[in-house]
Design a protein around this ligand. Structure first.
Ligand code: PMP
Length: 345
């Protein structure tokens, strides 16, 4: 890896971040009159912990890492945006990703006027790391790899990810939004071996909390400090911090839901191929299935008429004719299967 200083935008490296009242004093006291808050209406009159330490402690316990290696944001979308803003100089630098993949890497690059290059996956949705590495130039600062990948549902091969981690001198971001549904282990325990690694996770998927907006980035304390420097001071509100802690303290509930979703995924893996309009079902390591059907647009429209909304991926690279179907409750999956079977009568 290059020196962090040579990768980061100079204005970010030299930035003196905003210092909030809660940054300047933390600890116990009887009278808090330092932050221009309203003294009534407790507890929501108070600004939340800008560094979310209690949450980071719990996430660290769950993921086997320390709080200083964790950034928490308003969804992992915030971390994606901040990474681009920390490392990529406007109208000069570029980021690299795979195609097809999660759309926000490209959108965030475009919003920040940063170049975006994508390398097509192979027909089996695997990554050719050498083709990816060949796209790197002196201005490439970040590579986003989504694994398990959205919308293709496969986990990228570990040796291919190592090849990218070891073959690139910039930052490699592995988006593990769907990791809990995969049989492959997370890269979080390998942070110490790879100073250029950032891992993204979220409460929006397996933890069932997309509505509270909480995403995480795991990386070296040096990279985490950079993200903390440029984030909004109170980027994760009090309600979200409280609810997230409550959810993370009920890990058994998450595991139970996970078992249910994985059992339903197995069921769909056996039943969907028997549906007449289904031409191909791709293996899934996520909480959704990518399904190639006879006519994706017509099937999508038909399902909408039945009140069933799936994601039409017909216009996405390598996904022509495909629908992306999230695993629902057993009842929802039964309704879907019945509708698909009725259509093909
Ligand atoms: N990464 C991937 C791969 C996703 O599919 C999604 C959401 N669909 C996200 C990140 C966004 O996560 P969050 O809700 O934490 O912003």
């Amino acid at each position: 890896m290059k020196n962090l200083k040579d990768l980061v935008r100079p204005n970010v490296w030299n930035l003196k971040p905003y210092s909030s009242a809660r940054d300047e004093f933390h600890g116990e006291a009887s009278v808090f009159i330092d932050a221009n808050e309203n003294p009534f209406n407790t507890p929501y009159n108070r600004y939340p912990d800008p560094m979310q330490w209690e949450l980071k402690k719990r996430i660290g316990e769950l993921r086997g890492t320390t709080p200083d290696t964790i950034f928490i944001g308003n969804g992992s979308d915030e971390a994606i945006d901040l990474l681009i803003r920390a490392f990529c100089e406007l109208a000069t630098d570029n980021v690299l990703s795979i195609d097809p993949s999660y759309g926000m890497y490209e959108v965030s690059a475009n919003v920040n006027h940063v170049g975006f290059r994508k390398v097509r996956l192979q027909s089996d949705f695997s990554l050719d790391p050498d083709t990816l590495l060949a796209q790197i130039d002196a201005q490439t600062k970040l590579i986003f790899l989504c694994s398990p990948n959205n919308p293709t549902a496969n986990t990228l091969k570990r040796e291919d990810i190592y090849r990218v981690l070891n073959g690139f001198e910039g930052i490699v971001v592995i988006d593990e939004a769907y990791i809990d549904f995969s049989s492959s282990p997370s890269f979080v325990p390998e942070l110490a071996q790879h100073p250029n690694l950032v891992v993204l996770q979220t409460l929006s998927k397996a933890w069932g909390a997309a509505g509270i907006r909480l995403g995480m980035a795991f990386a070296s304390p040096e990279i985490i400090s950079l993200l903390n420097k440029i984030k909004y001071p109170y980027n994760v509100n009090q309600l979200t911090q409280e609810k997230a802690l409550e959810i993370l303290n009920r890990e058994a509930d998450m595991k139970e839901q996970l078992r249910n979703i994985l059992a339903e995924r197995s069921l769909l893996e056996t039943t969907l191929p028997q549906v007449a309009c289904v031409k191909e079902l791709y293996p899934s390591d996520a909480n959704f299935m990518l399904v190639r059907v006879e006519d994706a647009n017509a099937t999508y429209e038909y399902l909408v008429r039945q009140g069933i909304i799936v994601r039409n991926r017909n216009n996405v690279t390598l996904c022509e004719g495909c629908l992306r179907i999230t695993i629902g409750t057993p009842e929802e999956n039964t309704v879907l299967l019945k509708a698909l079977n009725d259509m093909s009568l």
